[in-house]
Design a protein around this ligand. Structure first.
Ligand code: AMP
Ligand code: ZN
Length: 140
């Protein structure tokens, strides 16, 4: 397991920094976000340190997704939000502030106005979309 001694999430894994832990298994840890965007906002991390989705390998990322689903079901059942977002950030331009990979579980209330951006509202140029699809597929 890779540990970065300066990383706050590695310190939470090690138990040297406190957290409201929700679930722990061999490869992952789930805990409450200390600055919640909405009630029940929590985070799921791999125990091994890597900064982002590009640096991660399949096994810890798969483990994070499995724990995310498990915790998401529990959040849904416990808090009964109107909806829920799962998201994670890669790099400062995407809003990443902690450089240990983490998935956010963000419970939503109808009309709460969080994560504004109006995505999915404006039809895109199909030629541009197809061009982007081709460029991405060429790398898969
Ligand atoms: P991001 O901006 O996607 O990198 O998310 C980092 C998240 O970690 C933010 O939502 C912070 O509120 C949260 N956070 C930072 N420090 C702690 C901590 N010690 N315990 C729990 N959550 C934290
Ligand atoms: Zn770390």
């Amino acid at each position: 397991m890779i540990v970065d001694p300066d990383c706050i999430f590695c310190k939470i894994v090690a138990g040297t920094l406190p957290a409201f832990k929700l679930h722990e298994d061999e490869h992952t840890l789930a805990f409450m976000d200390i600055n919640p965007i909405s009630p029940g906002h929590c985070l799921i991390i791999p125990k091994t340190h890597f900064a982002n989705v590009f640096d991660g390998t399949d096994a810890p990322l798969a483990a994070v997704m499995a724990t995310t689903r498990r915790v998401a079901v529990a959040v849904r059942d416990a808090l009964q939000p109107d909806g829920m977002n799962l998201f994670q950030a890669n790099g400062p331009a995407a809003g990443q502030t902690v450089y240990h990979f983490h998935m956010h579980i963000l419970p939503r209330t109808a009309g709460d106005g969080l994560l504004r951006g109006g995505h999915g509202m404006q039809a895109g140029d199909k030629a541009v979309i197809a061009g982007h699809a081709d460029r991405i597929k060429a790398r898969l």
